[in-house]
Design a protein around this ligand. Structure first.
Ligand code: AMP
Ligand code: ZN
Length: 467
């Protein structure tokens, strides 16, 4: 499997640190508002990467943080007259709702910065002891000049960076490129007690600390949007490698931007749509499909036209899957063994599965992987009908669904109720009737109806069947 590594600017063969396991860290959102669809791009892309690894049999430890203390959160809290925690908890909840609707799997661990302050203080202390950090008036800075490889990810060098800085350098810093690890609180800000001041951490340190705590000193993949390469990821590398004395992440993956009118979609530009807004117009699986239609390292220009064609294209897949399900449900298919002709078609289907896998293994080329699914859909549409064998249709159906599931573009249907659940609900309904709670009895009947269970009251008792 080949992954493009921002660190080496090359596609490299993926070799995990530990066989069969992937340790993966994806920088998560700052939770002060609903996320926009640009923010959704990395969540969809790296969830798909995770799903592909899982499909290949890897156990993926997927860690993604919540930045729940930050200037923007504090500002919003002050505007609303509530606490910073009220704001961050509210938007963590909303983020989870959006992720659910986008069919993004829950991270293995979703740590919050505010719950990891002790670890941050400990790492900052270690950096000071090793000479990589220093304190001035309650602020702790990272001493970039001491980390010889600073700039290796973003391909920048310190001298060029400094030459570009025109603003007067703060007196406190030894060097203009030194960055903050800890800062004293200002009036009205949340704070934690630390050896240097009552204050709060800088942004970059949280990822170095959480990544080490939940994944170890060395990880396989570190990911995020391309705007994070500099300074965020560059600074994470400096902190982690200085503290641990080891290479931090082996593969650095960055998604390109989602643009609008060829400009990056961003909160500050005001040119954004929230996931919620788009969810009112489209099923969010359309948004997910739309994102995966492009390679993750290519910019996407958002437009309604493209969303409409994504909707139509996704519908073609869903219709084909629905048609196969219809054939299976009808129960008219032959139970005979797969015919020779069907075997040949399944051979073609298998070649398309290989094409799908090869595309995914070429740096997660989801656009080509989707093209393979369309060929498969065409194959199914032209070759399955009432005369097909059940085994043949079942195989085609499960293959398409399996590949779509790697991309997360078909959301699993609601679980069917088990027979034992149905019987229990019927007993509950009978008890409700006995105690003359007819409202509850009707509620249960309706619930069962929604799940496609029909009840029939007979003299012998209640009979049920699936519709
Ligand atoms: P933020 O909350 O701004 O730190 O962003 C969360 C994630 O979304 C980061 O990985 C960003 O790189 C990513 N991101 C922000 N805007 C865009 C965009 N327009 N297109 C793609 N990714 C973005
Ligand atoms: Zn980060």
């Amino acid at each position: 499997m080949k992954i493009y590594n921002t660190l080496t600017k090359m596609k490299e063969e993926f070799i995990p640190i530990e066989e069969g396991k992937v340790r993966m860290y994806v920088c998560g959102p700052t939770v002060y508002n609903y996320i926009h669809i640009g923010n959704a791009r990395p969540t969809i892309v790296f969830d798909t990467v995770r799903r592909y690894f899982e499909y290949k049999g890897y156990t993926v430890n997927y860690v993604s943080n919540f930045t729940d203390v930050d200037d923007k959160i504090i500002k919003k809290a002050n505007e609303e007259g509530v606490s910073a925690t009220d704001i961050s908890e509210r938007y963590i909840k909303e983020f989870r709702t959006d992720m659910n609707a986008l069919n993004v799997k829950e991270a293995t661990v979703h740590p919050k910065a505010t719950e990891e302050i002790d670890g941050m203080i400990e790492m900052i202390n270690a950096l000071i002891k090793k000479g990589y950090a220093y304190e001035k008036n309650g602020t702790v800075y990272f001493r970039t000049r001491n980390f010889k490889e600073y700039g290796k990810l973003s391909k920048k060098n310190l001298d060029d960076l400094e030459a570009g800085i025109r603003i007067a350098v703060s007196e406190e810093k030894e060097d203009s490129m030194d960055f903050v690890l800890w800062k004293p609180k200002k009036e009205g800000e949340p704070y934690w007690t630390a050896p240097w001041s009552n204050g709060r951490p800088g942004w970059h340190i949280e990822c170095s600390v959480m990544s080490r705590k939940y994944l170890g000193e060395q990880i396989d993949i570190h990911a995020g949007g391309e705007d994070l390469v500099f300074p965020h990821h560059e600074n994470e590398i400096a902190q982690s490698e200085a503290a641990n004395g080891k290479e931090f992440a082996k593969y650095w993956m960055h998604n390109a931007f989602l643009n609008i009118d060829n400009k990056k979609m961003s909160k500050s530009e005001g040119n954004f749509f929230t996931v919620r807004e788009i969810g009112e117009e489209y099923s969010l699986s359309v948004l997910r499909f739309f994102m995966l239609n492009a390679h993750y390292r290519s910019p996407i220009n958002f437009s309604r036209d493209l969303m409409e064609s994504a909707k139509n294209a996704l519908n073609r897949i869903l219709t084909a899957v629905g048609q196969l399900e219809h054939l299976l449900k009808q129960g008219n298919l032959t139970k005979e063994a797969i015919s020779e002709q069907e075997t040949a078609i399944l051979g073609e289907a298998d070649a398309l599965k290989v094409k799908f896998e090869q595309s995914m293994e070429d740096d997660f080329n989801t656009a080509d992987a989707i093209a393979a699914i369309f060929e498969l859909v065409k194959l199914a549409n032209t070759n399955s009908n009432n005369e097909s064998s059940e085994a043949f249709v079942t195989e085609l159906h499960s293959l398409i669904v399996k590949l779509c599931d790697i991309l997360g573009i078909i959301t699993a249907k609601e679980e069917e109720l088990l027979d034992s659940d149905i019987e229990q609900l019927i007993v509950d309904r009978q008890n409700a009737r006995k105690s003359k709670d007819f409202a509850k009895a009707d509620e249960i009947r309706n619930l069962l109806l929604e799940k496609g269970i029909l009840l029939e009251d007979t003299r012998e008792g209640v009979r049920w069947k699936r519709s």
